[in-house]
Each structure stands twice: as structure tokens, then as C-alpha cells.
Design a protein around this ligand. Structure first.
Ligand SMILES: Cc1cc2nc3c(=O)[nH]c(=O)nc-3n(C[C@H](O)[C@H](O)[C@H](O)COP(=O)(O)O)c2cc1C
Length: 199
């Protein structure tokens, strides 16, 4: 058990869930990014979900990036509420965050784009319905041609970031073959409250 485990297991959780989340998540400039399941609702109230990369963990919100023309972006503009489930299977950890989602500034998007891998930068430009409709060999040919002719890439105008500012953050931690445990943080007018829950 390391120091981070004890924070949860011994009930000595920091008063702010983001202090704990930053202990669990890698630093924003770490290329090993956590994956999250992002849940939204569509126009009929039907839940939708998909995997995204968690691009940053701030003081009060977590951020992911996507194509501004995507279904999730449309859904969030119509119903700016989201849930994110982040799981670290090898460490027996999960965090669920629920709250309001808002688009982040173009400047903040540029800074994140600059630290994306070359592959993800290319994908941000080339993830189009037109390319997706082509046979694989042609898609690869166009990808390679675009790559060769664009040694330095700025973010495409379609690249968007969304920050989810949670009202509720639920940390789950397993203990191998012992009891699992959760710590639930809720945002109130006076700050964060926390309670221990069974796993
Ligand atoms: C491992 C993995 C990571 C992904 N990361 C992202 C991401 O960071 N942003 C994104 O828009 N889509 C990402 N995707 C693709 C989405 O899961 C999804 O298929 C796509 O964004 C379209 O979703 P939508 O139609 O619900 O908007 C990822 C998929 C996988 C499997």
C-alpha cells in the first residue's frame, strides 16, 4: 500500500477532491493519458457513451478534446451535463465525475494541441466522414500525403475542448481480496463535503 492508497483507505482524504484526483491522475504533460467513458444524453433523453482521452485535470474541472462536429459535442451544447468514468484497472481504482460541461477557450485548446502526439494531431485534421468512407489503402495514402506536406500542425478549427466541472466526485478503490470502499465528494455552497461509502 503506498501513500496514495492510504489517503482513501484510512479515511484521511483531502478536503478537495481535485487534490486527490491529481494524486491518482498523471500530470497534464505526461503523454500516458487516462481514458474515460464520457456519458451524455441525446435530444430524446437517451443516454450515450464513448471513450475519450482525459487531456487535463485542473483545480476545479477535467477536460477532454473532440471534434466540434461530433455527436457528443452537439449533445453537450444542447444539454451541457456529463458524467465521466475514469478507471485504472491495474490499480483497482475508479473515479466518477458528474457535472456541467462547457467549451474551453481557443487559446486553451491550442496549448493542449501542441502537446498532443503527432498521430493525434493528424487525426484531429483527418477524422472526416469523407476519409472514413474511402477504402483503407486510399485512406492510408491520403493520410501519408497530408502528413508529408504538413510538418507542423496548428489545431484545426474543428478541434474543441470541453471542461466538466463536477458537483459530485466518487472515488472507488479496491483492496485485492478485501472490502472495496468509496469516498463521495459533493459540492455545496460552503465547499466540498465528503462521506465514506461501501464499494
Ligand atoms: C482508446 C480510445 C480513445 C479515444 N479518445 C477520443 C478522444 O479523446 N476524443 C474523441 O472525440 N474521441 C475519442 N475516441 C473515439 C470516441 O470513443 C468516439 O468513437 C468518437 O469520438 C465519436 O463519438 P460520438 O459520435 O459519440 O461523438 C476514442 C476512442 C478510443 C477507443
Amino acid at each position: 500500500m503506498d501513500a496514495h492508497d492510504r489517503l482513501v483507505q484510512d479515511g484521511r482524504c483531502p478536503p478537495d477532491p481535485f487534490a486527490l484526483l491529481r494524486l491518482w491522475a498523471p500530470a497534464d504533460d505526461d503523454p500516458e493519458r487516462p481514458l474515460a467513458t464520457l456519458a451524455t444524453v441525446d435530444a430524446d433523453g437517451l443516454p450515450d457513451a464513448r471513450t475519450v482521452v482525459l487531456t487535463s485535470v485542473g483545480d476545479d474541472a477535467v477536460t477532454f478534446h473532440t471534434d466540434a462536429r461530433s455527436r457528443k459535442a452537439d449533445q453537450l451544447r444542447a444539454h451541457p451535463r456529463a458524467a465521466l468514468v475514469v478507471r485504472w484497472a491495474e490499480r483497482e481504482r475508479q473515479v466518477v465525475l458528474r457535472g456541467a460541461a462547457a467549451e474551453v477557450s481557443t487559446e486553451a485548446c491550442r496549448a493542449v494541441f501542441a502537446r498532443q502526439s503527432r498521430y493525434l494531431q493528424l487525426l484531429a485534421w483527418l477524422n472526416t466522414p469523407e476519409l472514413a468512407a474511402l477504402p483503407r489503402a486510399e485512406r492510408e495514402r491520403r493520410w501519408a500525403a497530408f502528413d508529408a506536406s504538413h510538418p507542423v500542425l496548428e489545431p484545426p478549427p474543428t478541434w474543441a475542448g470541453f471542461a466538466v466541472r463536477p458537483v459530485d466526485v466518487l472515488f472507488w478503490e479496491g483492496t485485492g481480496d478485501g472490502p472495496s470502499r468509496r469516498v463521495r465528494y459533493r459540492r455545496s455552497a460552503r465547499g466540498w463535503t465528503q462521506e465514506a461509502l461501501p464499494g
